[in-house]
Design a protein. Structure first.
Length: 249
Protein backbone atom coordinates (compact mmCIF):
# COMPACT_ATOMS: atom_id res chain seq x y z
CA UNK A 1 0.00 0.00 0.00
CA UNK A 2 2.76 2.36 1.08
CA UNK A 3 4.74 1.45 -2.03
CA UNK A 4 1.71 2.12 -4.26
CA UNK A 5 1.28 5.54 -2.65
CA UNK A 6 4.95 6.32 -3.24
CA UNK A 7 4.62 5.38 -6.91
CA UNK A 8 1.48 7.53 -7.32
CA UNK A 9 3.28 10.39 -5.56
CA UNK A 10 6.33 10.04 -7.80
CA UNK A 11 4.16 10.01 -10.94
CA UNK A 12 2.34 13.13 -9.76
CA UNK A 13 5.65 14.91 -9.07
CA UNK A 14 6.87 14.05 -12.57
CA UNK A 15 3.58 15.18 -14.16
CA UNK A 16 3.63 18.49 -12.29
CA UNK A 17 7.29 18.92 -13.21
CA UNK A 18 6.55 18.38 -16.90
CA UNK A 19 3.55 20.72 -16.70
CA UNK A 20 5.48 23.58 -15.09
CA UNK A 21 8.51 23.02 -17.34
CA UNK A 22 6.24 23.18 -20.41
CA UNK A 23 4.42 26.31 -19.29
CA UNK A 24 7.60 27.92 -17.94
CA UNK A 25 9.59 27.26 -21.12
CA UNK A 26 7.10 29.44 -23.01
CA UNK A 27 8.53 32.43 -21.15
CA UNK A 28 12.25 31.55 -20.84
CA UNK A 29 14.61 33.54 -23.06
CA UNK A 30 12.09 36.24 -23.87
CA UNK A 31 12.96 39.92 -23.94
CA UNK A 32 11.77 41.57 -20.76
CA UNK A 33 8.80 43.92 -21.08
CA UNK A 34 8.65 47.24 -19.23
CA UNK A 35 6.17 50.09 -18.93
CA UNK A 36 6.91 53.00 -21.20
CA UNK A 37 7.15 54.21 -24.78
CA UNK A 38 7.51 51.67 -27.60
CA UNK A 39 7.49 54.23 -30.42
CA UNK A 40 6.28 57.84 -30.79
CA UNK A 41 2.62 57.80 -29.72
CA UNK A 42 2.68 54.16 -28.54
CA UNK A 43 2.89 53.27 -24.84
CA UNK A 44 3.23 49.86 -23.20
CA UNK A 45 1.21 49.37 -20.01
CA UNK A 46 2.21 46.26 -18.10
CA UNK A 47 -0.72 44.50 -16.41
CA UNK A 48 0.92 41.72 -14.40
CA UNK A 49 2.46 39.38 -16.99
CA UNK A 50 0.51 40.76 -19.94
CA UNK A 51 0.99 43.88 -22.05
CA UNK A 52 -1.65 46.44 -23.02
CA UNK A 53 -0.77 49.21 -25.49
CA UNK A 54 -2.04 52.77 -25.87
CA UNK A 55 -1.97 54.28 -29.36
CA UNK A 56 -2.39 58.04 -29.24
CA UNK A 57 -5.39 59.21 -31.23
CA UNK A 58 -7.24 62.52 -31.40
CA UNK A 59 -8.85 63.10 -27.99
CA UNK A 60 -7.40 60.01 -26.27
CA UNK A 61 -6.06 56.57 -27.05
CA UNK A 62 -6.92 53.41 -28.94
CA UNK A 63 -6.03 50.35 -26.92
CA UNK A 64 -4.55 47.01 -27.99
CA UNK A 65 -6.12 44.45 -25.59
CA UNK A 66 -7.52 45.17 -22.10
CA UNK A 67 -5.28 43.12 -19.83
CA UNK A 68 -5.76 40.44 -17.22
CA UNK A 69 -7.26 42.51 -14.42
CA UNK A 70 -11.09 42.73 -14.41
CA UNK A 71 -10.74 46.10 -12.66
CA UNK A 72 -8.10 47.29 -15.17
CA UNK A 73 -6.22 49.03 -12.33
CA UNK A 74 -2.88 49.33 -14.15
CA UNK A 75 -4.55 50.62 -17.31
CA UNK A 76 -6.67 53.17 -15.44
CA UNK A 77 -3.59 54.31 -13.48
CA UNK A 78 -1.65 54.78 -16.72
CA UNK A 79 -4.52 56.84 -18.13
CA UNK A 80 -4.67 58.90 -14.92
CA UNK A 81 -0.93 59.59 -15.18
CA UNK A 82 -1.78 61.30 -18.47
CA UNK A 83 -4.73 63.16 -16.87
CA UNK A 84 -7.14 60.87 -18.76
CA UNK A 85 -9.89 58.52 -17.61
CA UNK A 86 -11.72 55.49 -19.03
CA UNK A 87 -13.68 57.71 -21.41
CA UNK A 88 -10.43 58.62 -23.21
CA UNK A 89 -10.25 55.07 -24.63
CA UNK A 90 -11.83 55.55 -28.06
CA UNK A 91 -11.50 51.99 -29.41
CA UNK A 92 -10.25 48.59 -28.24
CA UNK A 93 -8.56 46.15 -30.63
CA UNK A 94 -8.35 42.57 -29.34
CA UNK A 95 -5.40 40.50 -30.49
CA UNK A 96 -7.46 37.43 -29.49
CA UNK A 97 -10.09 36.27 -27.02
CA UNK A 98 -8.03 34.61 -24.27
CA UNK A 99 -9.03 35.87 -20.80
CA UNK A 100 -5.69 37.50 -19.90
CA UNK A 101 -6.22 39.92 -22.82
CA UNK A 102 -9.91 40.65 -22.38
CA UNK A 103 -10.61 40.71 -18.63
CA UNK A 104 -10.40 44.51 -18.33
CA UNK A 105 -12.59 45.34 -21.36
CA UNK A 106 -15.83 45.81 -19.43
CA UNK A 107 -14.29 48.83 -17.64
CA UNK A 108 -14.48 50.76 -20.92
CA UNK A 109 -17.38 51.81 -23.11
CA UNK A 110 -15.35 52.04 -26.33
CA UNK A 111 -16.20 49.81 -29.31
CA UNK A 112 -14.38 46.48 -29.19
CA UNK A 113 -12.90 45.14 -32.44
CA UNK A 114 -11.99 41.48 -33.08
CA UNK A 115 -12.02 38.91 -35.84
CA UNK A 116 -15.09 36.71 -35.95
CA UNK A 117 -13.06 33.59 -35.09
CA UNK A 118 -12.46 34.86 -31.53
CA UNK A 119 -15.74 36.64 -30.80
CA UNK A 120 -17.19 33.63 -28.92
CA UNK A 121 -14.00 33.06 -26.89
CA UNK A 122 -13.83 36.75 -25.94
CA UNK A 123 -17.49 36.81 -24.93
CA UNK A 124 -17.28 33.54 -22.98
CA UNK A 125 -19.73 31.54 -25.08
CA UNK A 126 -17.30 28.98 -26.54
CA UNK A 127 -14.10 27.46 -25.10
CA UNK A 128 -10.66 28.12 -26.59
CA UNK A 129 -9.04 25.15 -28.36
CA UNK A 130 -5.38 25.06 -27.22
CA UNK A 131 -4.40 22.06 -25.00
CA UNK A 132 -4.33 24.14 -21.80
CA UNK A 133 -7.13 26.66 -22.59
CA UNK A 134 -9.39 23.71 -23.53
CA UNK A 135 -8.93 22.24 -20.04
CA UNK A 136 -10.16 25.51 -18.55
CA UNK A 137 -13.36 25.29 -20.60
CA UNK A 138 -15.73 28.14 -21.35
CA UNK A 139 -14.73 31.32 -19.51
CA UNK A 140 -18.11 31.89 -17.91
CA UNK A 141 -19.11 35.21 -16.44
CA UNK A 142 -17.19 37.22 -19.02
CA UNK A 143 -18.69 40.56 -19.81
CA UNK A 144 -16.64 41.47 -22.87
CA UNK A 145 -18.77 42.31 -25.89
CA UNK A 146 -17.22 42.39 -29.34
CA UNK A 147 -19.10 45.23 -31.03
CA UNK A 148 -17.21 45.45 -34.34
CA UNK A 149 -15.97 42.56 -36.47
CA UNK A 150 -12.72 43.15 -38.35
CA UNK A 151 -12.25 42.64 -42.07
CA UNK A 152 -9.02 40.99 -43.26
CA UNK A 153 -6.43 43.59 -44.27
CA UNK A 154 -8.84 46.47 -43.69
CA UNK A 155 -7.95 49.71 -41.97
CA UNK A 156 -10.02 51.20 -39.16
CA UNK A 157 -9.67 54.92 -38.55
CA UNK A 158 -9.84 56.09 -34.94
CA UNK A 159 -9.70 59.87 -34.69
CA UNK A 160 -6.76 60.71 -36.94
CA UNK A 161 -5.02 57.32 -36.73
CA UNK A 162 -5.26 54.40 -39.14
CA UNK A 163 -5.07 50.89 -37.65
CA UNK A 164 -4.78 47.96 -40.05
CA UNK A 165 -5.74 44.41 -39.04
CA UNK A 166 -4.74 41.00 -40.40
CA UNK A 167 -6.09 37.64 -39.29
CA UNK A 168 -3.17 35.38 -38.29
CA UNK A 169 -4.84 32.09 -37.23
CA UNK A 170 -2.90 29.53 -35.23
CA UNK A 171 -2.67 30.71 -31.63
CA UNK A 172 -6.46 31.03 -31.94
CA UNK A 173 -8.51 31.08 -35.15
CA UNK A 174 -9.39 34.76 -34.76
CA UNK A 175 -5.92 35.96 -33.71
CA UNK A 176 -5.10 39.41 -35.07
CA UNK A 177 -2.01 41.39 -35.95
CA UNK A 178 -2.37 45.18 -36.01
CA UNK A 179 -0.27 47.92 -37.55
CA UNK A 180 -0.51 51.40 -36.06
CA UNK A 181 2.01 54.25 -35.88
CA UNK A 182 4.64 51.99 -37.47
CA UNK A 183 4.30 49.34 -34.74
CA UNK A 184 3.15 45.81 -35.60
CA UNK A 185 1.30 44.14 -32.72
CA UNK A 186 1.16 40.33 -32.46
CA UNK A 187 -0.64 39.55 -29.21
CA UNK A 188 0.33 35.97 -28.30
CA UNK A 189 0.97 34.85 -31.87
CA UNK A 190 4.64 35.71 -31.44
CA UNK A 191 7.10 36.93 -28.81
CA UNK A 192 10.43 38.73 -28.89
CA UNK A 193 13.42 36.72 -27.70
CA UNK A 194 16.36 38.30 -25.91
CA UNK A 195 18.53 37.27 -28.89
CA UNK A 196 16.38 39.50 -31.14
CA UNK A 197 14.56 36.64 -32.88
CA UNK A 198 10.84 36.09 -33.23
CA UNK A 199 9.33 33.12 -31.39
CA UNK A 200 5.95 31.75 -32.46
CA UNK A 201 3.14 31.22 -29.92
CA UNK A 202 3.70 28.53 -27.27
CA UNK A 203 1.94 25.32 -28.45
CA UNK A 204 0.48 24.52 -25.04
CA UNK A 205 -1.73 27.64 -25.20
CA UNK A 206 -2.37 27.47 -28.96
CA UNK A 207 -4.84 25.86 -31.38
CA UNK A 208 -2.25 24.91 -33.99
CA UNK A 209 1.44 25.82 -33.87
CA UNK A 210 2.15 24.99 -37.54
CA UNK A 211 -0.76 27.20 -38.60
CA UNK A 212 0.63 30.00 -36.40
CA UNK A 213 4.06 29.72 -38.03
CA UNK A 214 2.52 29.76 -41.53
CA UNK A 215 0.48 32.84 -40.58
CA UNK A 216 3.61 34.68 -39.41
CA UNK A 217 5.39 33.85 -42.68
CA UNK A 218 2.47 35.07 -44.79
CA UNK A 219 2.06 38.17 -42.61
CA UNK A 220 5.63 39.16 -43.46
CA UNK A 221 4.60 39.39 -47.13
CA UNK A 222 1.48 41.45 -46.36
CA UNK A 223 2.71 44.26 -44.12
CA UNK A 224 3.86 47.40 -45.90
CA UNK A 225 7.40 48.75 -45.57
CA UNK A 226 8.10 51.15 -42.73
CA UNK A 227 7.43 48.94 -39.68
CA UNK A 228 9.70 50.30 -36.94
CA UNK A 229 8.93 47.96 -34.01
CA UNK A 230 7.38 44.56 -33.33
CA UNK A 231 5.28 44.47 -30.14
CA UNK A 232 4.06 41.42 -28.22
CA UNK A 233 1.70 40.60 -25.38
CA UNK A 234 4.13 38.79 -23.05
CA UNK A 235 7.60 40.08 -23.93
CA UNK A 236 9.48 43.26 -24.71
CA UNK A 237 9.37 44.74 -28.20
CA UNK A 238 11.89 44.23 -31.03
CA UNK A 239 13.43 46.99 -33.16
CA UNK A 240 12.70 47.02 -36.88
CA UNK A 241 10.91 44.35 -38.86
CA UNK A 242 13.86 42.06 -39.64
CA UNK A 243 12.84 39.43 -37.07
CA UNK A 244 9.56 38.99 -38.96
CA UNK A 245 10.99 39.01 -42.48
CA UNK A 246 13.67 36.47 -41.51
CA UNK A 247 11.25 34.28 -39.51
CA UNK A 248 11.35 30.66 -40.60
CA UNK A 249 14.30 31.25 -42.95
ZN1 LIG B 1 -3.40 33.76 -25.76
Amino acid sequence: MKRALLIVGAVLVVLFGVFFATVGSAFVGLKEAADGPVAPGVQLVRDGYVNVFFIDVEGGVAMIDCGNDPEAKAVLAALKARSLDASAVKAIFLTHGHPDHTAGCSRFTAPVYAFEGDKGIAEGTVPANGPLPKMMGVQKGKTTKVTNLLVEGATVTVGNEAITAWNIPGHTQGSAAYLARGVLFFGDSAAGQSDGKLRPAPWVFSDDLDQCKASLTSLAAKVPAGVTRLAFAHSGFLEGADALSSFGK
